[in-house]
Design a protein around this ligand. Sequence first.
Ligand code: C5P
Length: 401
Amino acid sequence: MSISGKKILIAISGGIAAYKIHFLIRDFVKKGAEVQVIMTPDAEQFVTKLSISTLSKKPVYTDFYSDNGTWNSHVELALWADVMLVAPCTANTLSKMVHGMCDNLVIATYMSAKCPVFIAPAMDLDMYVHPSTRKNLEMAESFGHVVIPAESGELASGLIGQGRMAEPETISNTIENFFNSQQEAQTLRGKVVLITAGPTYEALDPVRFIGNHSSGKMGFSLAEEASKRGAKVILISGPTAQTINDKNVELHKITSAKEMLAKVFEFYDTIDIGIASAAVADYAPKEVAKEKIKKNDENLTLELVKNPDILKTMGEKKTHQFLVGFALETQNEEENAKGKLEKKNLDMIVLNSLRDEGAGFKNDTNKIKIFTRTEKKEFDLKSKDEVAKDILNFVESQLLK
Ligand code: C5P
């Protein structure tokens, strides 16, 4: 059963359909899932914490603080979850979710969640068809959330129409199908992927460095996508503003090329795939001044020495690893990229040309060409998340050969 061992966070808001959640919790727990429930203050009018916690086997939280003075961390709750389900989701809670009206524990937790979110709306029929609800549901879907539509039937008001929360069985099946499809897509399960990302900073003195404009976005998108596909990811990144919160991604922050090299070789023997997307500084100052360099002289000459080529070293020591490099070129792009493939003993190289608008360092988009020794594939301009998918699809196709 694919739901077994999964962590399901259920947020109950204040609607009569809340009573049905007991059946759903029992079903999830029976199937081996861990269930944590949080409620809006109004939900307590419909169900009791005691009945819910008895079924979920965990304390139920309605507020940021418990009676015993402990803080209920919405961030921890959110990051714990593999999925979050808001059921029943009232018009009020839906509206707060899509507009960021963060005035209770449920909304704060929802806004801290990085996992997939499922919403099972429940309201009276006129409220359900009201343009504001329609718009809010559309917005929720545009955020990537899954709306489990309300069903038709007799409503608590006595009116007949659409608005009843989907049956627990429908909700349970939707979530189970989600986990099943996730498992099917775990094409890199069992693989260890090492990714280098971001720039490196080479110190000149205690406050200055030589660096570059790499944002690290491409490497972080690759790490997220590889993790989604079930890989264990070792992400070694220079200084960037990117963040990642993913159980399968081990983030190691370094500053200089030498530190990146050392970190890579802590793991090199254990990895299956190495992807070098970092913009490593080619040169570093020969001497790092102990004190801040003073601006006394009209001219200042810096002596730079070549940094280690991390990827080339990986290529030289390759035993079984599949190695992917990046080439950012401004001229003779294809020739240079193919040259690097050979020189660094790579299996595949991703070329982005600075001549292409939207490609390269700081953009959220990229336009790439991929080369192996025998193949060439060209891609359209896409978001870096989409480019990460193309790159990993290509890697997977090569591994199958
Ligand atoms: O030789 P060039 O710097 O153009 O090669 C780019 C590729 O090599 C990228 O994949 C980059 O991450 C990697 N590289 C490296 N160490 C260096 C320079 C580049 O790993 N010192």
